[in-house]
Design a protein around this ligand. Structure first.
Ligand SMILES: C[S@@+](CC[C@H](N)C(=O)[O-])C[C@H]1O[C@@H](n2cnc3c(N)ncnc32)[C@H](O)[C@@H]1O
Length: 181
């Protein structure tokens, strides 16, 4: 793999690797997610959608929608939803009544101000340019539109942080390896 002087992959290479990985694990993604988070990911998505606080029939773009769990939460809350993801495999395994579109979230096929809201779940770590993701989200949101970004973070407190690091660095890779790739 080519890379930057800091040893990180070039953006185009990272995007290719990320897309390939999600294509490969797409049929086990939901299972791995539920097991790794002890099913808590469901409630986290629900809370992210609740934070939107938009009018009932608002149109919401779910960025990096994967298999469509956030799209389903959006529909359950009465929103109109459309999902975007660049992994063909993830979209093929999507289980949602929302329309899903194969697209790079850094170049969305949406007009300026074309949506009322946006969601993005567990994908901020995957994109090659976070500032570009926020800029593109701002471009497609109408004035006073709202966005909810959901991501894992580190807990406060030394003991909790140590347990969290142990779980995510040692145990999660084992679960991921055993169940998928
Ligand atoms: C961890 S999954 C999250 C899926 C879903 N949002 C969820 O809540 O389960 C990350 C997703 O981001 C997608 N992704 C990463 N970078 C992307 C990009 N630049 N454009 C579109 N999708 C992207 C991957 O294909 C993958 O489906």
């Amino acid at each position: 793999m080519s890379g930057t002087p800091e040893g990180l992959p070039e953006p185009a290479e990272k995007a290719r690797v990320v897309r390939g990985m999600f294509d490969r694990i797409s049929n086990r993604y939901d299972l791995v997610n539920r097991v790794m988070t002890f099913g808590m990911d469901v409630g986290w998505r629900r809370r992210a959608v609740a934070e939107l606080r938009l009018p009932g029939d608002a149109l919401v773009a779910d960025l990096a929608c994967g298999t469509g769990d956030l799209c389903e939460e959006l529909l359950d809350d009465g929103y109109r939803a459309v999902g975007f993801d660049f992994s063909h495999g993830m979209l093929r395994n999507a289980r949602t009544a929302a329309q899903v579109v194969e697209a790079d979230v850094l170049r969305l096929p949406l007009a300026d101000g074309g949506v009322d809201g946006a969601t993005c779940g567990f994908a901020m770590r995957n994109v090659t340019d976070l500032a570009a993701l926020f800029a593109e989200t701002a471009r497609v949101l109408r004035p006073r539109g709202r966005a909810a970004f959901l991501e894992t973070s580190e807990p406060d407190g030394r003991v909790l942080r140590a347990g969290h690091a142990l779980y995510f660095r040692r145990i999660v890779p084992l679960i991921g390896g055993a169940l998928s790739d």
